[in-house]
Ligand binder design. Structure first.
Ligand SMILES: Nc1ncnc2c1ncn2[C@@H]1O[C@H](COP(=O)(O)OP(=O)(O)OP(=O)(O)O)[C@@H](O)[C@H]1O
Ligand SMILES: [Mg+2]
Length: 228
C-alpha cells in the first residue's frame, strides 16, 4: 500500500488581474494517508475550493506538484482525465444528481464509465454502498422524490462508485440542516474507514469537525494545522 493517497508539494496559485497578481495559495503542502479524513477550514475566498480543484486535477497550479497515489499529475495535463476517472471521487456542495436517472442508475452510470470492472460486480458494489448509506430502499426512486440529505448521500455513494483512492468534498453539508449534515459526514467517515480511502472535506461547519482526523486552516495563502 502507498504511504500517501495524495500529496500536494509546494503548491502556489496566482491569478492575474490586469496589472495585479493575486496569490491565492502560497507554497502549500499537504499529505493525506489512506484511511485519513481531513477537513479544511478558512474564511471565504481563502482558496479552499482552489486547493481542492488543484488536488483533483480540475485546475492547474502555478507552481508545485500534485501526486495522486504514486502518480504525479502531468504538467501538460496528459494523465488528468485518467486520474480523475480512476482515482478521485468528487462530492460537491449541491448534489448534482441527474434528474432523469433513478438512484440505482446514478451509480451504475459511473460503473459503466469507469472501465475497471465488470458490470455485475459493479452493480453488486452499488447495492453495497447504498445499503451502507441507508439508501437500500431508495434504489428505484428519482431525485425529486428524495430529501436533501438523501440526495447528498446518493452523491456520496456515486463518488465512491469508482473506488477512488481520494475523495474530495467541497462543503458537502452546505445545503443541509445540522442533523442531516452531520449524518452525511458520518457516512463519508464510515466509508473512508471501512475501505481505507483518503478524504479531504472543505467545510464552514464547525459542528462536524469532531468527525475528522486532522483539521487544516487556510489563511492568507498559507495552510496551518488547526489547533482547536
Ligand atoms: N478564475 C479565477 N480568476 C481569478 N480569481 C479567482 C478565480 N477563481 C478564484 N479566484 C479567487 O481566488 C480566491 C480563492 O477562491 P476560492 O473559491 O478558492 O475560495 P474559497 O476559500 O473556496 O471560498 P468560499 O468559502 O467562499 O467558497 C478568491 O479571492 C477568488 O476571488
Ligand atoms: Mg469554496
Amino acid at each position: 500500500m502507498v504511504k500517501y493517497a495524495l500529496q500536494l508539494n509546494n503548491i502556489s496559485k496566482m491569478y492575474h488581474d490586469g496589472e495585479d497578481e493575486n496569490t491565492v495559495l502560497d507554497n502549500v503542502s499537504l499529505k493525506v494517508r489512506p484511511g485519513e479524513f481531513v477537513a479544511i477550514v478558512g474564511p471565504s475566498g481563502s482558496g479552499k475550493s482552489t486547493m481542492l480543484s488543484i488536488a483533483g486535477a480540475l485546475l492547474s497550479s502555478t507552481k508545485g506538484e500534485v501526486i495522486v497515489g504514486e502518480t504525479p499529475l502531468d504538467s501538460n495535463k496528459k494523465n488528468w482525465n485518467l486520474v480523475r476517472r480512476e482515482k478521485i471521487g468528487f462530492i460537491f456542495q449541491s448534489h448534482q444528481l441527474i434528474p432523469y436517472l433513478n438512484v440505482g442508475d446514478q451509480l451504475n452510470l459511473i460503473g459503466r464509465i469507469s472501465k475497471k470492472k465488470d458490470r455485475e460486480e459493479s452493480k453488486k458494489y452499488a447495492d453495497e454502498l447504498l445499503a451502507d448509506l441507508g439508501l437500500a430502499d431508495s434504489k428505484t426512486k428519482y431525485p425529486n422524490k428524495l430529501s436533501g440529505g438523501e440526495k447528498q448521500r446518493v452523491a456520496i455513494a456515486r463518488a465512491f462508485m469508482n473506488k477512488p483512492d481520494v475523495i474530495l468534498a467541497d462543503e458537502p453539508t452546505a445545503s443541509l440542516d445540522a442533523p442531516r449534515g452531520r449524518q452525511v459526514v458520518e457516512m463519508i467517515r464510515k466509508v473512508v474507514k471501512k475501505q481505507n480511502r483518503a478524504a479531504i472535506m472543505v467545510t464552514h461547519d464547525e459542528r462536524i469537525l469532531d468527525l475528522v482526523d486532522v483539521i487544516y486552516r487556510i489563511e492568507n495563502g498559507k495552510l496551518y494545522v488547526n489547533v482547536m
